[in-house]
Design a protein around this ligand. Structure first.
Ligand SMILES: C[S@@+](CC[C@H](N)C(=O)[O-])C[C@H]1O[C@@H](n2cnc3c(N)ncnc32)[C@H](O)[C@@H]1O
Length: 308
């Protein structure tokens, strides 16, 4: 066992030394120790689970786990898709090529949401929360871990494959959240399904929707992201962009309870015009705000609905 681990280490070291230039380009900041860690966490899972995580990226017939690992690395497959896990906010999330890999800047959205719920918990002892475009469930499950009082929560996504990943994460992280929370995962185009299934209003609506214009913004997207992450999570058609958000804002306006809060991540180039659009759908300007990320780019749009 020991000798096999040390042989793997030697082979990985040799691969790393021989491919350092291309690896640094595909995986900026990659170190040998990180590669070792990723290999160990990928191959501690059984072959069936690995196949389930990587789906069609899985290379049938590759003889040795290390050779398979090297093939993935040469293709530039994100380390998170290879190991099937990604760290976000305070937890490890399962990810597959069916979901966007959670980005660290989205943690700002979680922080805004958690601060809001903590301030509201002085006057309220239950909350209802909706997350639109939930993907791996990273936003909703991170928020729920921080709230002790009972929450009714829905994670909505148009992709049933993404929802399967979110459900798995919910199962894995259940022990870290209040047993009083009730969570549902619903297939839905934006909040559309809630109109037929549920007349509930929400205290908090969060969303990191697809917000890249398919043609106009594409040149700014890293080619590996464009090639390997789900397009339905990234892009909207340029000509449908405003219409897509117009319906979304109408639904938010309809479903947010007085005193509630809406928080959305968006594209730095489009967020201000989306705020104008939102205002024309009743999200009143006095209570909207645009918040920057840590690099100073405008990335989050919030709306607090007046009480009563
Ligand atoms: C940018 S990803 C965000 C994923 C995750 N919430 C995160 O922050 O990492 C956008 C998500 O929205 C989903 N989506 C795309 N179009 C949608 C629609 N019309 N209605 C609901 N969800 C949609 C995608 O499947 C994807 O999971």
């Amino acid at each position: 066992m020991l000798s096999s681990a040390s042989t793997n280490r030697e082979k990985l070291q040799k691969f790393y030394n021989e491919n350092i230039d291309s690896l640094s380009e595909l995986y900026p900041g990659i170190t040998f120790e990180r590669l070792i860690q990723e290999f160990e966490s990928s191959w501690s899972k059984g072959p069936v689970e690995r196949r389930e995580i990587l789906k069609d990226c899985y290379l049938e017939g590759a003889s040795h786990p290390l050779n398979t690992f090297f093939s993935y690395l040469k293709k530039g497959i994100p380390l998170e898709y290879i190991s099937g896990q990604s760290y976000f906010y305070k937890s490890e999330f399962r990810v597959t090529p069916d979901v966007l890999i959670p980005r660290s800047e989205t943690e700002i959205l979680v922080e805004i949401a958690v601060n809001y719920l903590k301030s509201k918990s002085k006057e309220q002892d239950t909350f209802s929360i909706a997350d639109i475009g939930t993907g791996s469930g990273n936003i909703l499950l991170s928020i729920l871990q921080e709230v002790d009082c009972p929450c009714f929560a829905v994670g909505l996504d148009i992709s049933p494959l993404a929802l399967a990943v979110a459900k798995k994460n919910h199962f894995n992280l259940k022990y870290r959240m209040s047993p009083k929370h009730h969570v549902e995962w619903i297939i839905s185009d934006r909040m559309g399904s809630l109109y037929t299934e549920d007349h509930r209003l929400f205290d908090l609506i969060v969303s990191n929707p697809p917000y890249i214009k398919e043609k106009y913004d594409r040149k700014l997207v890293h080619h590996k992201v464009d090639q390997l992450e789900p397009h339905s999570a990234l892009y909207l058609k340029d000509e449908e962009y405003d219409q897509w958000f117009a319906l979304f804002f109408q639904q938010v306006e309809n479903k947010l309870r007085p005193g509630g809060m809406f928080i959305m991540e968006g594209h730095e180039h489009h967020l201000e015009s989306l705020r104008d659009l939102a205002q024309s759908y009743g999200l009143d300007s006095e209570n909207t705000e645009i918040i920057n990320d840590y690099t100073g780019r405008p990335r989050f749009f919030t709306w607090k609905r007046k009480n009563g």
